[in-house]
Design a protein around this ligand. Structure first.
Ligand SMILES: C[S@@+](CC[C@H](N)C(=O)[O-])C[C@H]1O[C@@H](n2cnc3c(N)ncnc32)[C@H](O)[C@@H]1O
Length: 255
């Protein structure tokens, strides 16, 4: 390991401890480091400024604020959609929490015939989506806009790494910052936009889709690769932790 790599690993370990450790020393350092971090990011990162503003403006509507994404992030899920809709000339897909648009563009590779709507709560992310090469079959809208509210009749909805929160990690026993009620309300809203016979893709969430009140309308799609082991906490309807890792279904067929 080079000196630089060793130093980087040490500082990242220290940062993690300052944010997460319950030891008194770290707890004292936390507000000092948080102020320093805020000022540094606010002055030097346009993305941080825009995301902070979005958070202040839409705070209570946010699920997962971080916008990490990448092209073809879920090949197994995208292949399931490709096989399910093979031979269909008209397919309408929703990428909910599309971040900077990579998910929508990846879906186009698997289903070139599809009309794809990407939506996100962050105006900064949507601006980045719109900077990508224009495609007549892909559009992006804000998730709290009238246009999105009035949209519907989707054949498949992809809600991947959205219905979760970073505060529901690292040793918490109760989901407080992001709760089952918020998760369920969003699932109900998405359910209203999905056609019967359509597919709901929900992965990397803090709660189980089949715990929601709409579970009777759905069953797990019987395909290989639907169930996956997740090394992350899972919470029940009372927001209590169920396990630190679990196997869960990711694709649900609406009856
Ligand atoms: C980790 S990214 C996931 C991106 C992409 N789905 C993926 O898995 O690669 C989570 C995204 O959800 C968005 N998000 C959070 N709350 C939302 C809401 N209420 N409506 C729409 N998008 C939301 C965030 O802005 C962020 O871009």
């Amino acid at each position: 390991m080079t000196l630089f790599a060793a130093l980087k690993a040490k500082t990242s370990k220290l940062r993690f401890a300052i944010w997460n450790s319950n030891k008194l020393g770290y707890r004292i350092l936390r507000p000092i480091y948080a102020s320093f971090h805020f000022c540094r990011m606010f002055f030097f990162s346009a993305e941080y400024r825009h995301q902070t503003w979005a958070h202040l403006r839409y705070g209570k509507h946010f699920h997962q604020p971080p916008n990490f994404t990448m092209p073809n992030r879920y090949p197994a899920l995208f292949k399931i959609a490709q096989d399910y809709f093979a031979g269909r000339s008209e397919v309408k897909l929703l990428s909910f929490g599309c971040s900077t648009g990579e998910e929508a563009y990846s879906l186009r590779e698997y289903l070139p015939q599809a009309l794809i709507v990407g939506t996100d709560i962050s105006p900064y992310n949507l601006k980045r989506c719109l900077q990508k090469p224009n495609s007549p079959k892909i559009s992006f809208v804000h998730s709290l806009s009238e246009e999105f509210t009035n949209s519907g009749d989707f054949d498949a909805i992809f809600c991947l790494a959205v219905l979760q929160h970073t505060h529901n990690r690292s040793g918490v026993v109760k989901a407080v910052k992001y709760t089952f009620a918020q998760f369920e309300a969003q699932c109900l809203l998405l359910d209203g936009k999905l056609k019967s016979g359509g597919l709901m893709f929900i992965d990397h969430s803090d709660f189980k889709f089949l715990d929601t009140s709409i579970r009777a309308k759905y069953f797990p799609l019987q395909v290989p690769n639907n169930k996956l082991l997740h090394n992350r906490p899972l919470f029940n309807t009372q927001n209590e932790i169920l396990s630190e890792s679990h196997e869960s279904y990711r694709v649900f067929l609406k009856k």
